[in-house]
Design a binder for this molecule. Sequence first.
Ligand SMILES: Cc1cc2nc3c(=O)[nH]c(=O)nc-3n(C[C@H](O)[C@H](O)[C@H](O)COP(=O)(O)O)c2cc1C
Length: 452
Amino acid sequence: MLELPHMSKHEPFFFSSVDELLDKAEELRVSLPYKETTNELFEKMTVGLRNVPNRFCVQPMEGFDADPDGAPSSLTFRRYTRYAEGGYGLIWFEAAGVVPEGRSNPYQLFLGARNLDSFEKLVMETRKAAYRTYGDGQELFCVLQLTHSGRYSRPDGRLRPVGVISNPFLEGPDDSVQILNDDDLERLMEDYIEAARLAEKAGFDAVDIKACHGYLVNEMLGAFARKKGRFGATFENRSRFLVELLQRLHDVVPGLAAAVRLSAYDGIPYPYGFGVAKDGSLDPNILEPKRLVHNLIDAGCILFNVTAGNPAFNPHIGRPFDRPANNTPLPDEHPLVGVYRLITLCGELQKEFPYVPFVGTGYSWLRHFFPYIAAGVLARGKTSFIGLGRSSFAYPDAPRELQQNKKLNPEKVCICCSRCTELMRSGRVTGCVIRDGSIYAKEYKKIGGWNK
Ligand SMILES: Cc1cc2nc3c(=O)[nH]c(=O)nc-3n(C[C@H](O)[C@H](O)[C@H](O)COP(=O)(O)O)c2cc1C
């Protein structure tokens, strides 16, 4: 299904017109859908029983600006109210830990009984910001992403990795990952359910059980090497946690919708990656992701968000960039190939399950031309929502400006420089260093970023 050039030369974005960009895609044999008009992006869409005002989705983007107890801070409020004022209809709130030891950073959001009121306020202020700007028609759909960071847990700033398998691609011989047993995982399911109960009280419309980017639930899906117990080896066992959790959520918190952000392709060879061919190559094979989506729909999932890759291992797969974070080597892949892979993975799943909405990823690298590709993808039924990650940090009012001006401002777009990732990896508050410099360029200076 997904024929990709195995090697292509990395190049930064240099296009002065959308035609140039499309020509490059043709040259790379990764032709992208295109539409001259962008009306599709402003059409309503049904999610469960709700109408979402348009097709713009803020992807979950951690800002690492929570208070030490995990409650949103004034910076968190600033980020979300800007998205709401900027016109996004679907707001996918960033990863929030479900257990303290599974937080990726001491400043990651964490929803508990003690800080429930702050989350309630965050959701309410975000909704109010949309009403204030657009009136009654702009009823936001708010999803909270729930996570355990697994092998990337840093609850007190130091790496304290836990997992369900040892993975030679992700760890060195001296790394010691604590392997969770089946009882640990059963207990963890309860923690997710408790977090979901609180999320409903806080006013979220849905929770997402994060199953992507190498974090714990994603690792379970590729745990071919976990030979014993209920959570490894066979497809049924590897997907058990996610499927059973969704079934239980449906029973215990019936008023809350369930969503899943899924890495449909890990880009790690078998038997260590999900959605990868079993011949030892890195070719995608989405037979299992399709089976999983089918079972998750049966278990009550009403919304999917498709992504790929592991930011710590193969960051170019999930977030195509011009400049890699921390001066790591450039990949042997043109960013347009990465964009195409993400769009196609989502397209394959959306086409197989046309009655359930999917959010697609991979649009930020297209800069101010993304609306034309996005409209083409929507028109061909290859996604229901256009997810924007780094672009929402850089240009939170892109939807409003596109609607008003019929085009985006090239001076405001994300330049895919990975500086937000560098901030995040340094444990600093995270946002756009280039376009939101009054806050984040200062942070970047503190980590000596400009001298690297
Ligand atoms: C600083 C930063 C924080 C992120 N936080 C999350 C997160 O909380 N949850 C998640 O699923 N993905 C997270 N991502 C990945 C994005 O949601 C998105 O998949 C990625 O940036 C690619 O989309 P884009 O090309 O629009 O940026 C993060 C990415 C970055 C750069």
